[in-house]
Every structure is written in structure tokens, then in C-alpha cells.
Design a protein around this ligand. Structure first.
Ligand code: NAP
Ligand code: GDD
Length: 321
């Protein structure tokens, strides 16, 4: 079995590569050219995966990588994935996160229409939610250029499945985190800064909207759902989440409890971190994935946040930060 992962250097790409290698796959990854290599998340896998330079902005590079690798499965995880950046760089976000999906689908049509395709869609598409909890039939109302771009990526995947009979699936994943999460996202920002406060390196944590609520799960659990979607008999779309919602404040309470401090003495709200339009509350109804794929999340929110804090403390003790 041969799989190609775009975004292999990202959080999900690294967990998915591990998951597929454990199942005996030959794993290939797309990396974009950079003046310095940033392969930290996959450094432990470097001799087990094959990396290819290509870019979601460059159609021919995607065609060539498919011709070279001849994959049976393509996981399209690459994107500009940070919501605030999408207001600063809305056009680039559209190019990567929206049109990039069409480029990959066109490459599949040109090279091998039998390839099974997974698109990394997002709960950010639900935005200003139309109903709670959100399932596969809930209408979208995105609240950021990123969310709008993901809606395009979702519907072009559905459209190519219906137009060209491709095995193209869209996983509507709710927020998922891990010790490998980028430090700009709120869970990792909090775990990292709590670890630095614990180590006496800093004393304050600036935060935006404390009341925002998310359905947060563990990335290691969610990559299994991606794989299961491509093993199904028919290509369908699935909501993946836990069904449990927590607030940013609750996240902070857990992280500071892990370091034995009172969060109120360290956390300050910074209005500059508020978003032009906010997604206030997301909550998944993952019952279709449970019923049809047999998928269930394993790690709880609290377990995950405590693990993230402990891992960051170890990193700081080892000299990071
Ligand atoms: P991430 O850590 O930000 O990783 C994004 C990856 O995309 C990186 O490997 C990045 O490469 C790559 N990339 C960006 N632009 C590219 C381009 N033009 N060409 C080739 N590669 C490019 O994101 P993640 O958390 O793993 O998320 C994976 C996917 O799931 C994303 O599409 C994200 O939008 C989506 N998603 C994530 C969540 C979540 O909670 N994590 C939830 C729903 C959906 P560099 O290393 O070179 O930057
Ligand atoms: N990043 C960040 N930093 N977020 C903060 C902060 C802060 O200092 N303070 C409060 N928040 C709030 C944000 O306003 C948002 O409501 C919530 O915390 C989560 O923010 P992020 O962790 O940045 O994630 P996100 O929900 O915007 O987007 C992530 O999840 C999406 C799935 O719903 C990303 O991974 C997206 O790529 C993904 O699609």
C-alpha cells in the first residue's frame, strides 16, 4: 500500500505518517521548498518516509509527484491553517487552502482517477453555528477567510466525487491538539507558556477570548478516522469530534492546575488577540463516524492538556524556550 501525504511536516501529517507506517504502508510526503528544512515533527521518521518537493500552488509539481509515487491513497492535509493569519493573508489562504484542493483533484484526474482522496475539512466551516451539535447535514456559516476557503475545499471535493466518480472524501474535523501542535494555537500556547512560568522563565500569559468554546480532541486519535474513511466501501463525508465542549478558560485552569499555580495571578486578557469575527462555540455530533466507521476518540481533553503541559516542561528542562 502506497500513500502520499501533503502537509507531512505538520501536526497531523506526522501522526498520520506514523499510523500508516505501523500498518505497513510505504509513506511518501510532499514538502515545499524552504531555505531551511523544518522537519522537526518527522525527524524520528526520516529514514522511513520518502519526501518529495512540490507545492499546492504549482499544478505541474503535483502531477509529477503523483506520477513518481503512484499512490493508492492521497491525504491532502497541507493548508494555511492558522485562522488569524487568514485575515492578514486572505488571498494566499484562498490559494493554498481552497484552490490547492482543486489542483490536487485535477492532478488525480490526470494521473490516476482510481486514487482514493482525503480532504482535511474543518469545523471552522460551521462558524456561526446553525444548530448544536453539528453533524454532516448542518449548514455552513464560516466566520474567517480560512473558514470560507475550507468550505470551497469541501464542496469541490464533493463536486469532483459527483462529477467524475472519484473516491473523494471530506473529513470535517473538529479541533485536535497534541504536544506537536504549533505554538500559535491556543492549547499549545497555553501549555508552552504554563511550562515557561513553571520554569521561572516568564510570569505572564496574554490571552484573547476566554469564553470561546471548542470540541477539542487528540490528533493521534483523529488520524485513524482519516484512514478509516479511505477504507470504507463508498466515499462519504464525516464529522469527527468528541461531542464534549470546553472553554479557553477551562483549558487554562487545567494547565495551571498541572503546574500547581493559580491562573488568575498570571493570565491577562489582551484585546489585540480578539478576532474580527469569532466562532463562539463548536460541538460535534460524531455519531455517523461511530456508526459507520467504528471510530471513537480515546484521549480525554483533560488528559491531553496535562500531557501537553508535562511534555513542554520536559522540553524546557532539556534547554528549549
Ligand atoms: P499544520 O500543523 O499547520 O500543518 C500544515 C501543513 O501544510 C504543513 O506541513 C505545511 O508545510 C503544509 N503547507 C502549507 N502550505 C503548503 C503549500 N503551499 N504546499 C505544500 N505544503 C504546504 O496543520 P495541522 O494541524 O496538521 O492540520 C492539517 C490539516 O487539517 C490542515 O489542512 C488544517 O487546515 C486541517 N484541520 C486541522 C484541524 C486541527 O484542529 N488541527 C482541524 C480541522 C482541519 P510547512 O511545514 O512547510 O509549513
Ligand atoms: N490562537 C489563539 N491565541 N486563540 C485564542 C487565544 C490566543 O491567545 N485566546 C483565545 N483564543 C481562542 C480563539 O479566539 C478561538 O476561539 C479559540 O481560542 C481556538 O483558537 P485556535 O487554537 O487558534 O484554533 P481555531 O479554532 O481558530 O482553529 C483551529 O481549529 C480549526 C477547526 O475548528 C485550527 O487548527 C484550524 O486549522 C482548524 O480548522
Amino acid at each position: 500500500m502506497i500513500a502520499l501525504i501533503t502537509g507531512i511536516t505538520g501536526q497531523d501529517g506526522s501522526y498520520l505518517a506514523e499510523f500508516l507506517l505501523d500498518r505497513g504502508y510505504e509513506v511518501h510526503g510532499v514538502v515545499r521548498r524552504s531555505s531551511v528544512e523544518k522537519y522537526d515533527r518527522i525527524s524520528h521518521l526520516r529514514d522511513r518516509v520518502t519526501l518529495h518537493q512540490a507545492d499546492l500552488l504549482d499544478q505541474l509539481s503535483l502531477i509529477r509527484v503523483l506520477e513518481r509515487v503512484e499512490p493508492r491513497e492521497v491525504y491532502n492535509l497541507a493548508a494555511q491553517s492558522f485562522v488569524p493569519t487568514s485575515w492578514d493573508q486572505p488571498l494566499l489562504t484562498g490559494e493554498f487552502t481552497a484552490l490547492g484542493v482543486t489542483r490536487m483533484l485535477e492532478a488525480i484526474r490526470a494521473v490516476d482517477p482510481a486514487i482514493r482522496f482525503y480532504q482535511a475539512s474543518s469545523s471552522e466551516m460551521f462558524g456561526k453555528v446553525r444548530e448544536t451539535p453539528q453533524n454532516e447535514d448542518t449548514p455552513f456559516y464560516p466566520r474567517s477567510p480560512y473558514g470560507v476557503a475550507k468550505v470551497y475545499g469541501h464542496f469541490i471535493t464533493v463536486n469532483y466525487r459527483e462529477s467524475y466518480d472519484l473516491f473523494a472524501t471530506s473529513g470535517i474535523l473538529f479541533n485536535h491538539e497534541s504536544p506537536r501542535r504549533g505554538r500559535e494555537f491556543v492549547t499549545r500556547k497555553v501549555s508552552w507558556e504554563a511550562a515557561r512560568i513553571h520554569g521561572g522563565l516568564v510570569d505572564r500569559l496574554s490571552i484573547g477570548n476566554l469564553r470561546a468554546e471548542r470540541d477539542w480532541g487528540f490528533a493521534g486519535d483523529y488520524v485513524e478516522a482519516m484512514w478509516l474513511m479511505l477504507q470504507a466501501e463508498t466515499p462519504e463525508d464525516y464529522v469527527i469530534g468528541t461531542g464534549v465542549t470546553n472553554s479557553v478558560q477551562r483549558l487554562i485552569e487545567i494547565a495551571f492546575d498541572e503546574i500547581g499555580r493559580d491562573w488568575r495571578e498570571h493570565v491577562e486578557q489582551d484585546p489585540a488577540l480578539l478576532r474580527p469575527a469569532e466562532v463562539e462555540r463548536l460541538c460535534a455530533d460524531p455519531s455517523k463516524a461511530k456508526r459507520q466507521l467504528g471510530w471513537e476518540p480515546r484521549m480525554s481533553f483533560e488528559e491531553m492538556i496535562r500531557l501537553m503541559v508535562r511534555t513542554d516542561i520536559e522540553r524546557i528542562d532539556a534547554g528549549a524556550g
